[in-house]
Design a protein around this ligand. Structure first.
Ligand code: SN0
Length: 315
């Protein structure tokens, strides 16, 4: 594997999940693999779980880690070919990526969607810029379109808690006061497409995700119907894709409640707005898998870093 940019970089999901579960049993087993190797983590946006779990994953493999809040402390970057840089941006991605890559062996990048301009978000300028110019493996720590480390952690969590061969999994849109990106939902949908699961996506009309991503997905606009007999319910807000980056209406009645959840396990990537996305009674119950998901972020990241180190050392 060259980079880990999307769920599509997972070549064999069940093998990956089982290997991650093995790593979790003995996280320090490969601590000499990353010796004298450095991971650089570059953040254009806020982070708690991704930052700490990816850092921890690298430490478990014996790597050194450099972290930079590049969105806050770095120069404003330019991404256009042939750009005349006489305005805000001080540095081009060509220089930034090649220079960073000289200091490290793997670069992990977080750069959210702007939600202002669909076309430039879909071009994944930051992530693809690093992938194009750095010349070292790139790990996506949430880009405009994808959050594949979260999806991999979710796959591990579902594997650990499923009671049937083909669990019923529902991704349910949830209300939120701010317009949020589509990345978590997109990667979860892509994960479900390669998982053994009876998957349903439910959201109010107008919140359809990119139809190219949800191709072949069952979409049910009636939340109650979608949730019937669910084993796992993943709640997540996203803004409109069609009316790009907009909140269409608040739909407060879409909040996940104990009554709606029934006997299902509750999932969310965090951070979560209590009593807006989901009520306290769900988060504070033993139905909630949010801490298990967050814990599995370490082993998802560790597996990805291990695979990149392995393929690098094999030439
Ligand atoms: C991000 C998102 O993509 O939805 C990161 C999730 C892993 N979430 C937020 O930005 C939440 C911010 C808020 O104000 O609640």
């Amino acid at each position: 594997m060259k980079n880990y940019l999307t769920v599509k970089d997972i070549d064999d999901l069940s093998q990956w999940v089982n290997t991650a579960i093995d790593l979790k049993k003995d996280p320090l087993r490969f601590r000499s693999l990353g010796q004298n190797k450095t991971l650089a983590m570059l953040f254009f946006n806020s982070s708690l779980r991704t930052r700490l779990s990816t850092h921890k994953a690298a430490l478990n493999l014996g790597m050194d880690v450099m972290v930079m809040n590049i969105g806050k402390d770095g120069w404003i970057l330019d991404f256009e070919e042939g750009s005349v840089m006489d305005r805000h941006s001080a540095e081009h991605i060509k220089e930034a990526a090649q220079v960073v890559a000289q200091y490290c062996d793997i670069v992990a990048v977080r750069a959210f969607a702007s939600l202002q301009d669909k076309q430039s978000d879909e071009a994944e300028l930051v992530l693809n810029g690093f992938a194009k110019y750095a010349g070292v493996p790139i790990v996506n720590m949430e880009s405009s379109i994808h959050h594949p480390l979260q999806a991999l952690a979710d796959a591990i969590t579902i594997e650990e808690f499923r009671k049937t061969e083909t669990p019923k999994v529902v991704l349910s849109w949830a209300p939120h006061p701010r317009p949020l990106p589509h990345a978590v939902a997109n990667s979860f949908v892509e994960l479900m497409q390669i998982s053994k699961a009876d998957f349903i996506l439910t959201h109010p009309p107008g919140y359809e995700l990119n139809p190219e991503i949800t191709r072949n997905c069952r979409i049910e606009y009636d939340q109650e119907k979608a949730l019937e007999n669910a084993d796992f319910v993943y709640a997540k807000n996203w803004s409109s894709y069609q009316d790009y980056g907009r909140i269409l209406h608040k739909n407060r009645e879409w909040m996940m409640t104990e009554a709606k959840l029934g006997n299902a396990h509750f999932m969310h990537c965090l951070p979560v707005r209590r009593n807006v996305v989901v009520e306290d009674a769900v988060l504070d119950s033993n139905k909630s898998l949010i801490h298990a998901q967050a814990n599995n972020r370490t082993y998802a990241a560790q597996l990805v870093l291990k695979k990149l180190l392995d393929s690098h050392s094999n030439g």
